[in-house]
Structures are given as C-alpha cells and as structure tokens.
Design a protein around this ligand. Structure first.
Ligand code: AHR
Length: 353
C-alpha cells in the first residue's frame, strides 16, 4: 500500500526546522523550487505546492500553472515533493511560514493530504486545491475556498462502459478478465475512477478484475507490472488492460508487443489524452483514451484573482470537460487520427480539453 498517513503535529517539528534552514534561501532550489527574493513587496505572492514531477502530464501541468501566474504578475513560491505526501505537507508548512497571499496545492493522496486544509486555516491563507481532491470539502466560511478538478467518477464510468463494449466485441457477450494498472493508490482520481469503473461493470458478473497493481502513473512501472502479468497469466487468461493513465498504458503496450502477446494489442483503456496515446488509438493499439488536460494555468488564474480581490465565488468549479477517443470503430480511429494530427501540428503533448 502506497498510502502513508501522517499527522500535522508529527511534521511540525521537522517543518519548523526546515523553515529555519530555508528562510534565507532565494532563487531556484535543486528540486526546481523557487523561494522569495527580496523585491517588490506590493507584488502579490502565490505559494504553489506540487505533489511531484512524475511524468510529462505533471511537467506540463506545473509549467502551465507557474507561467500563467507569473505572466499575470504574481510572485510564485514553488515547491514539488517527488510524490511523497509527508514531504508535501512539510513543504506546505514551509511555504505558509513565508506568508504568501494565497496557496495553491495539487496533492498526492486524498486522506493523507487533508491536514493541508487545517494548515492553511491556521495560517489564515486562502487555499485553492487543484487536480486531486483532499478528504475535506471547500466551504465559503473556511480558508479552503475552491476545488478545481475533473469528475473522476464519471470518467471511470465512461472507461468502464468502453471496457464492457470492448469485451462484448471480443467475446460475443459482456465477459472477460481485466488487469488493472493503478494510478497512485489513495489518490482522489484512483478512488473515484475505480468507483465509477466498478459501477459500470457491476451488472456483468462475467466481467472480472483479475489483478490490480500500483504503477505510480509512470511508464517504467507500468511496463514492469504488465511484464509480470504476462508471465503470471498465459494467453487466454487476460482479455484487456485498464490503465489509470496513458504513461502506464504506453509502458504496458511495449511489454505486450515485446512478449508477442498480440491478443492484447488494442485492448488498453486509459486516460489523460497524451498525444502519444491518442496516436496508439488511431493505430488500433489502444482501445480507448479519455482526455484530462494538464493545462490548468488559465483555469486557476481567475480564481486566484477573484479570491485576492475579495470577490465571492462558488466553492466547486464546473467539472473540467473531457473527450474520449476509441478504436473499436473505424469512425473512432479516424477521429483519433484527426486529433493526433491536430496535436502534432500544434506541437502539443496533450489535448487541451
Ligand atoms: O492526477 C492526475 C494524474 O496525475 C494524471 O492523470 C497523471 O498522469 C498524473 O500523474
């Protein structure tokens, strides 16, 4: 189990020591962090805590947020936690000690990141949470002002329905065995997508999830886990792959192709809308990909501006819209090809929706 639960009091001493050690730091840190330089004290300061830089999605996401805020004239104090939830909570304490005007957090896990809301409350700093939810909800009368995210449960349902459709096509009826590549156990997307996916397959007792392992949303672990599945389950035991992000799916496809397990080519369902994955849909090597744009900067910016201006706002944003591409039909493949061509022409790593 990847989840690590921690308490605020436990991290306090470490964080205070960290703050003392870091308080005079200026410029970029070795982890890409930025700390305040002496400068224009009237310039509003946004602290941005990123859970990690595990893949291209997260790199694009980080760049989008930082550049949108900086281009709008904010000073950004930035730290990333290498996907370590305990470290991220410490970093948030460190950032809050520097008295930013507002805090933006993209957490790693759901429950273990929840103390961040109490930290912002105690510091009197308004909090925006983006991408992955905490275990508490935002509300108008607390510092946790707004959650900006995807409807993960709905996306899990959509991918579950696509899986039922695929298995019905493969086996003549809705039945078959699924192996799953989990995207960070205990994270909000994992919890909600698995719920939605389970609901979509619930009425088909002959559809089963045979195995599920955490691949951390990364390509190499996705490939390694798939290699293990292929060793453990001979041809005929597995019907399809449910990958909780494109990076793991691309790793799994490489393992499938290298092992010559051709029966599994074209059976991966996944999410993110990475250009490389949409290409694999167009080629028929993935069955389905739903988009999950990493380009959050322009989405977050108006909320930062409203909160700092003291304007009232809704505590939840409209769900980020998403689109899905499938290779089960020729029409679907053609649409995936058109999307791939568009993204390639724009030199974009991900769909912007
Ligand atoms: O929380 C969103 C997920 O985080 C993206 O789908 C994934 O690629 C990233 O690691």
């Amino acid at each position: 189990m990847r989840s690590r639960k921690i308490g605020v009091s436990l991290v306090s001493a470490v964080a205070l020591a960290l703050v003392a050690a870091c308080s005079s730091t200026t410029g970029a840190g070795s982890d890409g962090s930025s700390a305040p330089a002496d400068g224009d004290s009237a310039q509003p300061v946004v602290a941005f805590s990123q859970e990690g830089l595990e893949n291209d999605w997260r790199l694009e996401n980080t760049d989008s947020i930082r550049s949108s805020l900086e281009d709008a004239g904010y000073k950004v104090l930035y730290q990333q936690a290498d996907e370590d939830q305990a470290r991220q909570v410490e970093q948030v304490q460190n950032l809050l000690q520097q008295k930013p005007d507002i805090l933006v957090v993209e957490p790693a896990e759901q429950e273990a990141a929840t103390p961040i809301a109490a930290l912002a409350e105690a510091a009197g700093v308004p909090l925006i949470v983006a991408d992955r939810a905490l275990g508490v909800e935002p509300s108008a009368d607390t510092q946790y002002k707004v959650l900006i995210t995807q409807n993960w449960e709905q996306m899990g349902t959509k991918l579950g329905e696509a899986s039922v459709q695929l298995l019905t096509k493969l086996n003549g009826e809705p039945k078959g065995n699924i192996v799953e590549l989990v995207g960070v156990l205990g994270s909000a997307p994992q919890v909600a997508m698995d719920k939605g996916f389970a609901a979509a397959i619930a009425e088909y007792p002959d559809i089963k999830i045979l195995d599920a392992q955490d691949g951390d949303n990364k390509r190499a672990p996705g490939r390694q886990i798939m290699e293990n599945y292929l060793t453990r389950y001979p041809a005929g035991d597995i019907d399809m792959v449910w990958s909780q992000n494109d990076e793991m799916g691309i790793g799994a496809l490489a393992a499938i192709q290298e092992a010559g397990r051709d029966e599994l080519v074209g059976t991966i369902v996944s999410k993110d809308g990475q250009t490389d994955a949409i290409e694999q849909v167009a080629k028929g090597n993935f069955a389905n990909v739903c988009t999950n744009t990493p380009y959050f900067g322009p989405i977050i910016l108006p909320y930062v501006q409203k909160i700092l201006a003291g304007e009232p706002l809704e505590t939840t944003t409209p769900d980020k819209p998403f689109a899905c591409f499938e290779s089960i039909t020729d029409k679907g493949k053609a649409e995936a090809q058109a999307q791939f061509d568009e993204l390639t022409a724009a030199n974009a790593k991900f769909a912007n929706r």
